[in-house]
Design a protein around this ligand. Structure first.
Ligand code: SF4
Ligand code: SF4
Length: 482
């Protein structure tokens, strides 16, 4: 039985409710009147406090996703773009993954790190190697990392992860610093989540992979991850442990995308209902080729148009949740979906253990890669590419460092402070990047963009202060934020 507030996975992600949702969506997918009303309901509205959006429920959003009327699809895209503009403007937050270890005891059939893959070398970074990787990432200009490790209580115990986080935060190399470490590790206990919280992590990210229990159990035939309930209830434990920024995601291609979409939104609704705060981010990876993995054996793969539609519908349903896309996707696809809702992308990524230090931007070690990287450009190329399309690459980590976590980002949105806060923060952190790491051409394009954009900070006092900070950064000072 469906119960949004239940703490049991099979009740807040009820298979019955998802099936009823899909039937409802099929029944109404050509109901123009209903679809228009849903679009109107979800449209950003000016209130006394700023701009607000109501979002849509999993049932409502599933109708939009099911709708295949071309003119309605155009309207869905236009609304997704409007919401994206209202809350994220042209800013795109940059991050990079850092693989700590590919030891893993699980048997996930879509991942090359599964325990039975004897072809892949196993590697775990020492603290010295973590240091080298972080310096290499800092030298690229990164300020925000997502650390990744397989599940292995012997090789990657929580103490190892905590030690790595500590090492990462402690490294100050030239003007570099990693200011936010997001963590993508296996589902764990409340005690361990408390330890991660105390270590100062940003977002705790855990992909559900698939919400379909039966498929989940087949795709995870053995190991601790086999336990569907333990995995699905992990975010509740994380929140109980004090982490209030959590990141959801499914691996599209494993099961039917409409089922996953409804499950994902139900999970978001559950977190909001129980903890008063929805997910901080949603990631949308698709199954990719890798060692011992052929994506063609998964017959639920989705094409680029469907992928774009999913992203647009998520944007409309949960307007305040950041959306992340990785270098699994190529340049063309990334360009398309940024308009529809993506607010965070990785750049210059290596998806192997120890893939950064000691390699030139052109060299790419493949031996321990978790998946094939489609977008292989350097961070500088990605930054320039974004700016050429009038996006503002942002290295901002201000909220986390000011203690604005959980529902406080939403509060920032609702009081209409985004243009006075995120916008100047993006420009100031971009200036730091340009000053310390960019190529001359990227720097030229970026400084012209900053000079133009800083004039758009609405509050005159804030604008004046932002200009003062900007000049100080250009004269060598660092780390200002609102
Ligand atoms: S997806 Fe994660 S848990 Fe599964 S095999 Fe890969 S690294 Fe291990
Ligand atoms: S100010 Fe906060 S919400 Fe805005 S970009 Fe920075 S970290 Fe994100």
């Amino acid at each position: 039985m469906y119960d949004i507030k239940s703490l049991k996975a099979e009740e807040f992600i009820s298979d019955e409710e998802i099936k009823a949702t899909l039937a409802y969506a099929d029944e109404h997918k050509h109901d123009r009147e209903l679809i228009e009303a849903l679009l109107e309901k979800a449209r950003p509205k000016k209130t006394g406090r700023g701009v607000e959006c109501s979002g849509l429920s999993h049932r409502e959003a599933s109708v939009l996703l099911a709708c295949d009327l071309p003119e309605m699809t155009e309207k869905i895209y236009a609304l997704a773009n409007e919401i994206k503009e209202a809350f994220y403007g042209d800013r795109i937050v940059m991050f990079a993954p850092l693989y700590l270890s590919n030891y893993c005891v699980n048997k996930c059939v879509y991942c090359p790190y599964h325990v039975q893959n004897k072809e892949i070398p196993r590697k775990k970074l020492t603290q010295e190697e973590v240091r080298d990787e972080v310096i290499a990432l800092q030298d690229m200009g990164h300020k925000r990392l997502a650390i990744e490790a397989g599940e292995d209580p012997v090789n990657n115990p929580i103490e190892y992860i905590l030690e790595c986080i500590n090492t990462i935060y402690s490294i100050k190399h030239k003007n570099g610093a990693i200011r936010r470490v997001n963590v993508n590790i296996a589902a764990t206990t409340v005690e361990n989540y408390k330890k991660l919280h105390d270590a100062g992590i940003g977002t705790y990210i855990l992909f559900q992979e698939t919400y379909h229990k039966e498929s989940y159990e087949k795709l995870h035939p053995a190991g601790p991850k086999h336990n569907y309930a333990y995995h699905t209830e992990a975010m509740d434990r994380a929140m109980e442990g004090g982490i209030d920024d959590v990141g959801l995601g499914v691996l599209f291609g494993l099961d039917l995308f409409r089922y996953e979409f409804a499950g994902l939104l139900m999970h978001a609704e559950h977190l909001e209902a129980v903890h008063g705060v929805g997910p901080h981010t949603i990631s949308v990876p698709r199954v990719k080729k890798a060692s011992d993995i052929d994506p063609n054996v998964f017959d639920n793969s989705i094409d680029d148009d469907t992928f774009a539609k999913i992203i647009a519908c998520i944007r409309i349903a949960v307007p305040y949740t950041g959306m992340i896309i990785s270098t699994r996707e190529n340049e063309t696809c990334r360009e398309k979906v940024m308009k529809l809702g993506i607010s965070q992308i990785s750049g210059g990524s290596r998806t192997s253990v120890g893939g950064y230090a000691g390699y030139t931007p052109e060299e790419r070690p493949h031996d321990t890669e978790q998946f094939d990287v489609s977008d292989q450009r350097s961070l500088d190329e990605v930054v320039k590419w974004l700016m050429d399309m009038d996006y503002i690459p942002s290295f901002c980590t201000a909220c986390y460092r000011e203690g604005r976590t959980g529902d406080r980002f939403m509060a920032l949105c609702k009081v209409g402070q985004i243009q006075n806060c995120c916008h100047p923060n993006a420009l100031l952190t971009l200036q730091e990047y340009l000053q310390d790491y960019a190529s001359p051409e990227t720097k030229k394009v970026g400084e012209a963009l900053i000079d133009r954009e800083i004039q758009k900070v609405p509050d005159p006092k804030r604008r004046e202060k932002a200009l003062d900070y900007l000049n100080r950064i250009r004269n060598g000072e660092r780390d200002f934020r609102f």
